[in-house]
Design a protein around this ligand. Structure first.
Ligand SMILES: [Zn+2]
Length: 389
């Protein structure tokens, strides 16, 4: 199963592995998280109009869907094996931070409906904000819902993060596979219009995949130089490479679960000088704590209280200093504290089902039975803060 944030990601990052999977006789499912409909510059260039309405965007999304099906057709993948979730293009980070329960429910549903053995999903280190937001959602699903027999592999479309490239395995294509990949990329004509050379260059580099595993190491990236986590605090050492002025607009996001297993996300606006800074809840905009920054515009140390976050769940942080479109770096995963892991209470299937519903807020979506049947990872933590046996 391939989880692609937008139409074209499948061709750019996974069309060689998809060709090999087709040849091996594997059943394949491709799930597009968005339709790629918020894509104004190519749409303006192709349609020769400046102002774009909601219906223009909808039409563009349809066109991009048809291009995705054509690109997959080149790889011998049929429309019946493709699913579009139509979540908001360019809006997945917002969704993640404010209310990702509905999106998580949809993803869990499609995974459970199809029961894949292997899932390809974007990397946390991808610098496209939609891609790294999907990556965080997939990490939550990996930790809490996937059976151990399901492997998750990350791919990266945008950026050159060593956190990904230094560890990922390369899949070198044959000449025929490269030619087919190029053909598949060309089917995304709306994207080729403005970025032909950049897009076709993807056909000349090997595809790379990194297996997702439970890790104790923290892979720092971008401005985050080092991180240490205790039960009470998170200490983040930040070093900015350039553009101290951008510091004025920079934010630090923290994402995790509270002691009841509910998703919590907060943000801190960075000032570029030593100060006590408000931590704001991303969903409510309420002040939920005070973080301390000691440093200057180029480097400093953050200390954040973690009273809202459960120590037995992973945390994710991202420094957001986007000048335009791409992030400087993606999300960084900070593992739970192993010394605090507790012996699991045995819980019934019914209690688990209730916990899932309360955690993902899915009671209103009519999917209780389906989601309750999702096999959970034996090493995952449940929503009550215990650990499954
Ligand atoms: Zn994409």
């Amino acid at each position: 199963m391939l989880i692609a944030p937008h139409p074209d990601d499948e061709a750019l990052a996974c069309s060689v592995i998809l060709q090999q999977a087709v040849r091996a006789g594997a059943a394949i499912r491709v799930v597009y998280v968005t339709d790629g409909d918020d894509n104004p510059w190519p749409q303006r260039a192709v349609e020769r109009r400046w102002s774009l309405s909601a219906s223009d965007r909808k039409r563009w999304g349809k066109l991009r869907r048809s291009e995705a099906l054509a690109a997959l057709g080149v790889l011998d993948i049929h429309p019946a094996d493709v699913q579009f979730l139509a979540l908001p293009d360019q809006g997945l980070t917002d969704l993640l931070l404010r209310d990702c329960n509905r999106a998580l429910t949809r993803l869990i549903q499609v995974i459970d409906d199809w029961s894949p053995t292997d899932i390809l999903a974007p990397s946390l280190s991808d610098i496209h904000p939609d891609h790294n937001a999907v990556a965080v959602m997939m990490r939550l699903i990996f930790a809490d819902f996937l059976a151990p027999r399901v492997s998750q592999w990350n791919y990266l479309v945008h950026g050159r993060s060593p956190a990904f490239f230094d560890r990922a395995a390369e899949l070198s294509p044959s000449e025929v596979e490269t030619a087919t990949k190029r053909d598949s990329i060309r089917r995304h004509q709306t994207q080729i219009k403005l970025s032909r050379r950049r897009f076709l260059r993807y056909a000349t580099r090997p595809e790379r995949f990194l297996r997702v595993e439970r890790e104790s190491a923290i892979w720092c990236d971008g401005a985050v130089h080092s991180v240490s986590r205790t039960r009470d605090n998170l200490n983040v050492d930040l070093r900015f490479t350039a553009d101290p002025f951008r510091m004025q607009r920079s934010k630090l996001f923290i994402f995790g679960r509270d002691s009841l297993g509910r998703i919590r996300a907060c943000l801190i606006r960075l000032l570029g000088c030593s100060a006590d800074l408000e931590m704001l809840d991303c969903a409510t905009n309420q002040r939920i704590g005070i973080a301390r920054y000691r440093g200057h515009p180029f480097a400093g140390q953050f200390t954040l209280p973690l009273h809202l976050f459960s120590p037995i769940h992973d945390l994710f942080i991202k420094v957001d200093r986007r000048p335009w479109f791409f992030d400087e770096a993606g999300w960084i995963e900070i593992p739970s504290l192993p010394s605090l892991e507790v012996t699991p209470p045995m819980i019934s299937a019914e209690a688990y089902s209730l916990a899932v519903r309360s955690c993902t807020g899915m009671a209103g979506y009519g999917t209780q039975e389906k989601v309750a049947s999702v096999t959970r990872r034996s090493s995952g933590h449940n929503c009550f803060g215990g650990k499954f046996s």
